[in-house]
Design a protein around this ligand. Structure first.
Ligand code: ADP
Ligand code: 5GP
Length: 208
């Protein structure tokens, strides 16, 4: 039976370690395709256009929206973020799992459009540790950090929309948990209806 690709949505508060987890997961396991989003925010030091994000202007982003080039998009602390359609659809058609590292509003849009998407939320071990990581990353000024923590507080209300939560305390352990959850998602009965139907039919024919 051909393995069907599923969309895996990964969300979590800013600074919880989503980017770090995704880098480790995709370097350990080559079966995942990580979608690269378009954003209007500026690159952080060390980020490259086309690797972490496609960094675009407001006009370019609005053009993508108009052309239906994004499967979802949202505003986040003063900037647009969105998932390019073509990459996701191509990978799913090839039977490859696609990971979208996106925030809550986008996750809800995906859940509506792709019924078998799996939604996973990364939690910090504590709020204090979250603040420490966000500040320790050193890539945002205090005003932006404050806004991102305020957004975390808002997003916390939506966690129950997710299928699973993982705690990013020990990084390696968290990466393995994410990999296991995705593996288990592939074995859920509702993602295997075709196979169930096939065996049912074979069995039926056998006893006739
Ligand atoms: P996000 O993508 O969720 O905004 P990052 O991946 O940029 O977060 O991580 C934020 C900071 O936390 C980085 O400095 C990263 O090195 C650190 N970090 C990530 N995971 C852990 C962990 N398990 N323990 C300690 N620090 C971590
Ligand atoms: P950052 O600026 O820290 O890279 O990302 C800010 C937030 O935007 C994070 O919560 C991240 O998951 C989210 N994000 C990144 N790309 C996308 C996207 O394509 N769509 C949506 N909806 N959110 C995104």
């Amino acid at each position: 039976m051909k393995r069907k690709g599923i969309i895996i949505v990964v969300s979590g508060f800013s600074g919880v370690g989503k980017g770090t987890i995704m880098k480790s997961l995709t370097s350990r396991y080559d079966q995942y395709a990580l979608s690269i989003s378009a954003t209007t925010r500026d690159p952080r030091p060390g980020e490259e256009n086309g690797r972490e994000y496609f960094f675009v202007s407001n006009e370019e982003f609005e053009k993508l929206i108009k052309e239906d080039g994004l499967i979802e998009y949202a505003g986040y602390v003063g900037h647009y973020y969105g998932t390019p359609r073509k990459f996701v659809e191509d990978k799913l058609n090839d039977g490859i799992d696609v990971i979208l590292e996106i925030e809550l509003q986008g996750a809800l849009q995906i859940k509506k459009q792709y019924k078998d998407a799996m939604l996973l939320f990364v939690m910090p071990p504590s709020a204090e540790e979250l603040e420490k990581r966000l500040t320790g990353r050193g890539t945002e000024d205090l005003d932006v950090i404050r806004k991102r923590l305020a957004r975390a507080n808002e997003e916390a209300v939506g966690i129950e929309n997710y299928d699973y939560i993982v705690i990013n305390d020990d990084l390696d352990e968290c990466v393995e948990q994410v990999h296991s959850i995705i593996g288990a998602a592939h074995m859920s009965s509702d993602r295997n209806q075709e196979f169930i139907d096939t065996i049912r039919k074979e069995l039926n024919d056998l006893v006739k």
